[in-house]
Design a protein around this ligand. Structure first.
Ligand code: GDP
Length: 369
C-alpha cells in the first residue's frame, strides 16, 4: 500500500518527503516495504501503541507503517507523454492513493512553476490543482478510449460487453469536460467496471496544503487554504494543513523534544502526523494490536477484515488453525490497568471466526498447530 506524493515543482514535495524520511521507520524491519530512494516508510502514530508500550515495557515496539513515493516532475503536458511525463503517470498508477501537495505560501524567491517554460506567476492553488487534475484526467481519457475499443470488439462475440462500451463512453464525456473519474456518479455494477480500468483520477486523494508558518498557525484565516478546502469539499476529499519546512525540522526531534516543540507552537499534533493518519484511513486501513513483554505491535489490516484473516497477518498458521480471538477494547484495558484486571472484570471477549476486527482492538489469537 503506497501513496504517491504529487504536485507541481516548487510546492514543497521534496521538503515534505524529507520530513517523511527523517521521521522514517527502519524499512529493514518491514520486509514488505519497497527499498527505493524515492520511497519513504513512516510509522503510523498510534497513541494506543504508546500506551501499551508504557504498560508492558516490551523489548521491542513495532508500529504500523505506510509508504510514500515522491513523484517529482509532474508539469503541464505530462499526459502528452513529452519527456518524462509518461513515467510520472506510470509511477502514480502504481500507487493506491494520492497526496496532492498544493502551494499555499508566498515567497518571491521561490518560483511558481506551472509548465516547463513558465515564468514566475502569482501563487494560485486552484489553478495549480487544475493543472495536475487535467494531466491525470487526460491520461485517463486515453485509457478509457482503449477500454472502449476493447469492449466494442468483445461485444461482437458477447453482447454483455455493450454495457462496458456504454459506461466507458459516458465516463469519457465526463472526463473530457474536465471532471475526475472520482466524481463520476454511477451504480455499483458500473463502478466495478470502471474500477478495472485503474484510472488515475479515480484514486483516493488527500490534499496537503503547504502553508508558511504563519498560515499553518491559523490555516482557517489563510485565503489559499480556503480555496483548497472548497475544491476538496466538492470531491469529498480531506485537506491537511502542513508547513513542509517546519515538518522537516519537527521530524528530526524525538519524543519529549518533539512534544515540547509542538507545545510551543500551540498545536497538539504535527501536520505530518495528521497527514500520515489521514493517509492510512484513506487507504481503508486500520490497526489491531498485540501486546506482551517481548513485543507490542500494531498490525495493519483492511477495514472489514475478519479475525482469522487478521491472525493470518501474524502467521499463516494462526489463520489455518484459528480457534478464537481474545479481544479487549483499548479504553477498557486502560481503565482496568492490566490485562489480568480486564479478564477478571469479564472485559476480555472471546470472538469467533466471523468477528469483524475493529480499529484499536487488542488481541490474543488462540489457534491449533
Ligand atoms: P518540490 O519541487 O515540490 O519538491 O519543492 P521543494 O520541496 O524542493 O521546495 C521548493 C522550495 O520551496 C525550497 O526552496 C523549499 O525550501 C521551499 N519551501 C518548501 N516549503 C515551504 C514553506 O512552507 N514555506 C516557504 N517559504 N518555503 C518553502
Amino acid at each position: 500500500m503506497k501513496l504517491g506524493i504529487v504536485g507541481l515543482p516548487n510546492v514543497g514535495k521534496s521538503t515534505l518527503f524529507n520530513a517523511i524520511t527523517n521521521a522514517g521507520a527502519e524499512s529493514a524491519n518491514y520486509p514488505f516495504c519497497t527499498i527505493d530512494p524515492n520511497v519513504g516508510v513512516v510509522a503510523v502514530p498510534d497513541h494506543r501503541l504508546d500506551a501499551l508500550t508504557e504498560m508492558y515495557h516490551p523489548k521491542k515496539t513495532t508500529p504500523a507503517v505506510v509508504e510514500f513515493v515522491d513523484i517529482a516532475g509532474l508539469v503541464k503536458g505530462a499526459s502528452k507523454g513529452q519527456g518524462l511525463g509518461n513515467k510520472f503517470l506510470a509511477n502514480i498508477r502504481e500507487c493506491d492513493a494520492i497526496v496532492h501537495v498544493v502551494r499555499c505560501f508566498d515567497d518571491e524567491n521561490i518560483m511558481h512553476v506551472v509548465a516547463d517554460t513558465s515564468t514566475n506567476v502569482p501563487v494560485d492553488p486552484a489553478g495549480d490543482i487544475g493543472v495536475i487534475d487535467i494531466e491525470l484526467i487526460m491520461a485517463d481519457v486515453e485509457m478509457v478510449e482503449r477500454r472502449i475499443d476493447k469492449a466494442q470488439k468483445a461485444a461482437k462475440g458477447d453482447k454483455k460487453y455493450l454495457r462496458e462500451v456504454e459506461v466507458f463512453s459516458a465516463l469519457k464525456d465526463w472526463l473530457n469536460d474536465g471532471n475526475s473519474a472520482r466524481s463520476f456518479d454511477c451504480d455499483e455494477d458500473d463502478a466495478a467496471i470502471i474500477a478495472a480500468a485503474e484510472l488515475l483520477s479515480l484514486k483516493p486523494i488527500i490534499y496537503a496544503a503547504n502553508l508558511d508558518e504563519e498560515g499553518f498557525a491559523d490555516c482557517h484565516a489563510n485565503a489559499y487554504y480556503k480555496v483548497v478546502e472548497e475544491l476538496a469539499a466538492k470531491e469529498g476529499a480531506q485537506v491537511i494543513p502542513v508547513c513542509a519546512k517546519l515538518e522537516a525540522e519537527i521530524a528530526e526531534l524525538d519524543g519529549e523534544e518533539k512534544k515540547m516543540f509542538l507545545d510551543d507552537l500551540g498545536i497538539a499534533e504535527s501536520g505530518l502526523d495528521r497527514l500520515i493518519k489521514a493517509s492510512y484511513a484513506l487507504l481503508g486501513l486500520i490497526s489491531f494490536l498485540t501486546s506482551g513483554e517481548d513485543e507490542c505491535r500494531a498490525w495493519t489490516i483492511k477495514r472489514g477484515t475478519k479475525a482469522p484473516q487478521a491472525a493470518g497477518k501474524i502467521h499463516t498458521d494462526f489463520e489455518r488453525g484459528f480457534i478464537r480471538a481474545e479481544v479487549v477494547n483499548f479504553d477498557d484495558l486502560m481503565a482496568c490497568g492490566s490485562m489480568n484486571a480486564a479478564k477478571e472484570k469479564g472485559l476480555v471477549r472471546s470472538e469467533g471466526k466471523e468477528y469483524v476486527m475493529k480499529d484499536g482492538d487488542i488481541v490474543l489469537f488462540r489457534f491449533n498447530v
